[in-house]
Design a binder for this molecule. Sequence first.
Ligand SMILES: Nc1ncnc2c1ncn2[C@@H]1O[C@H](COP(=O)(O)OP(=O)(O)OP(=O)(O)O)[C@@H](O)[C@H]1O
Ligand SMILES: [Mg+2]
Length: 286
Amino acid sequence: MSSNGTSQATEQSKVELRNVSKGYGDAWEREEVISNLTLDINPGELTAIVGPSGCGKSSLVNLIAGFERPDSGEILLDGKPITGPGQDRMVVFQESALIPWQTAYQNVVFGPQLRGDMSRSELREEANRLLETVGLAEFKDKYPLQLSGGMQRRAELARALINQPKLMIMDEPFRGLDAMSRELMQEFFLKIFDETRRTQLFVTSEIEEAILLADRVVVLSNKPATVRTIIDIGLERPRDFHMMGSSEAYDYKRQAMEILHEEALKSFKTTGAQADFVDAYSRRNE
Ligand SMILES: Nc1ncnc2c1ncn2[C@@H]1O[C@H](COP(=O)(O)OP(=O)(O)OP(=O)(O)O)[C@@H](O)[C@H]1O
Ligand SMILES: [Mg+2]
């Protein structure tokens, strides 16, 4: 935590996942969700994760956040095994986790106030600065229900950032927002990332979003999730939406789409969806 209350480049952390596997259910009913996954999340980089729906992205988030433990393999944060949740990792989910009876400002200061690890003036200054950064200065005294979906998400960003985590983990944080709010969020988010260059893991189902934001896009396989490919995104920073029209961006998108398409076809074959469909079709007149 910086002593003068302003946000500065924090220590840049790295995460290493080594042969991580995770399944749910017991013995013969066990279903593997993550299989032998090895991945480095590099310091100061934004790593985006994309993958087919239900492939195990949130399960991976839960492991890195420390909410769950892998069955085998290890996850290291700056060389130390992750054994449980910690203030050094902040997670922002799709679902709002704001406290409904507290204003945006109260939500933002809640964590540090509870821990008492910042002076009152430092906390006030930092909360106001962050609310300003996410465009909520005028709305800081509103309750979550008085804020739009996008504003709620921005309040959550501020609430996570005030803890100056070593690692920010975001699991489809902009899902469900309308196109305009989503673009706005991406802009705020890029601004914040450029300001802090805090190591960031960003799960999204939108490939374009992944390319716009990330330094590396990790494409996962179908369940059980493993790394299919990693695409290094060479677009310069600061980023903006115009870059998405470049041939470079188009190439990245095509690479990712090809793999996701292959995975979708595989799932179609292996889940028996095709067989079920043929069966249902043949019975349609019964
Ligand atoms: N706590 C749990 N107990 C049992 N099964 C679970 C649990 N958590 C996840 N799963 C299973 O693991 C698989 C992957 O789920 P997960 O939520 O990680 O996927 P996802 O890639 O995040 O999906 P989405 O794209 O829908 O967000 C699913 O089949 C799910 O049913
Ligand atoms: Mg998920």
